[in-house]
Design a protein around this ligand. Structure first.
Ligand SMILES: [Zn+2]
Ligand SMILES: [Zn+2]
Length: 74
């Protein structure tokens, strides 16, 4: 009864209700991977270009500035 019931997945998903435009396909998504330079890419494009974006599955390289961005570090 005193367990920490605070780890609800709802909190994680609800970051911000702001739509983001994918710089790759131009469509609007509630979530996109983003680089510090302003580049945005949606989940679908990331999956489709994964072979060219990441070499280790832990970080992805921004095609705009070449910066390394971590997955799940949004
Ligand atoms: Zn896209
Ligand atoms: Zn960048």
């Amino acid at each position: 009864m005193f367990g920490s019931d605070y780890s609800s997945p709802y909190r994680r998903k609800h970051r911000r209700g702001r739509a983001v435009t994918c710089h790759c396909c131009g469509q609007v998504f509630p979530f996109c991977w983003s680089c510090r330079c302003g580049f945005r890419i949606c989940q679908a494009c990331m999956q489709g270009n994964l072979w060219g974006m990441t070499c280790n599955g832990i970080t992805w390289e921004c095609p705009d500035c070449g910066g390394q961005n971590g997955f799940g570090n949004q």
